[in-house]
Design a protein around this ligand. Structure first.
Ligand code: ADP
Ligand code: 5GP
Length: 192
């Protein structure tokens, strides 16, 4: 378990559909004391998503107001919507001595790298380009048009994979989950 002095910030990035959410869910179940930062977004909630649990769902105006007030550690536009990490989310976790996981896209990851060079940056990559479309279709949460848009962005995201401290290829889910767990445990000084 970490304390306030050793609590770490983990940034987990990768293209849409690569399996970030699935891997992070497993990570939180397996590593004690980790907290997930709940991001703010202007995108509409998907079926089953809850405000305050999955995201803080904000209107454009609310998002802009919080951005102008300097409330975000980082923010970015993605697929026509705004997303951002609230400083208050991070502080809440770190003050409790808990390490915190940010699941964000690459522009945000760069901003966190600049603001917190001690953050641990992890890129989740697909075994090949074609699985992203299959996984997004299989997830069933996005229209064909939205999937196309996300896949266009994925090309750009994949090009920045070399900027990250760690690269985890999510081919076999169990193997990728074990690798991610080992990276996180090592960084916070728990047995891998
Ligand atoms: P992301 O959060 O990166 O957008 P998700 O975690 O929602 O991705 O995963 C997208 C879809 O792919 C989900 O339906 C998930 O069950 C599936 N998935 C995740 N990892 C794997 C894997 N290793 N092999 C096959 N399917 C996977
Ligand atoms: P989704 O709409 O699928 O939930 O998320 C779309 C993309 O936005 C994903 O790559 C996700 O990681 C990213 N994202 C989620 N929250 C944040 C955030 O707070 N900041 C940034 N920069 N990206 C985020």
């Amino acid at each position: 378990m970490s304390d306030a002095a050793t609590a770490k910030v983990f940034v987990i990035t990768g293209p849409s559909g690569v399996g970030k959410g699935t891997l992070i869910k497993r990570l939180l179940e397996r590593v004690p004391g980790l907290a997930l930062s709940v991001s703010a977004t202007t995108r509409a909630p998907r079926e089953g998503e809850q405000d305050g649990r999955d995201y803080h769902f904000l209107t454009e105006e609310q998002f802009q107001r919080r951005r102008d007030a300097g409330d975000f550690l980082e923010f970015a536009s993605y697929s026509g919507n705004h997303y951002g990490t609230l400083n208050s989310e991070l502080d809440r976790c770190l003050e409790q001595g808990r390490s915190v996981v940010l699941e964000i896209e690459v522009q945000g990851a760069q901003q966190v790298r600049a603001a917190r060079p001690d953050s641990v940056q992890i890129f989740i990559a697909p075994p090949d380009g074609s699985v992203l479309r299959e996984r997004l279709r299989g997830r069933g949460t996005d229209s064909a048009e939205a999937i196309d848009k996300r896949l266009e962005t994925a090309e750009i995201e994949l090009a920045s994979r070399g900027d990250f401290d760690h690269l985890v290829v999510n081919d076999d889910l169990d193997a990728a989950a074990a690798e991610l767990e080992s990276i996180v445990r090592t960084a916070i000084g728990l047995d891998p």
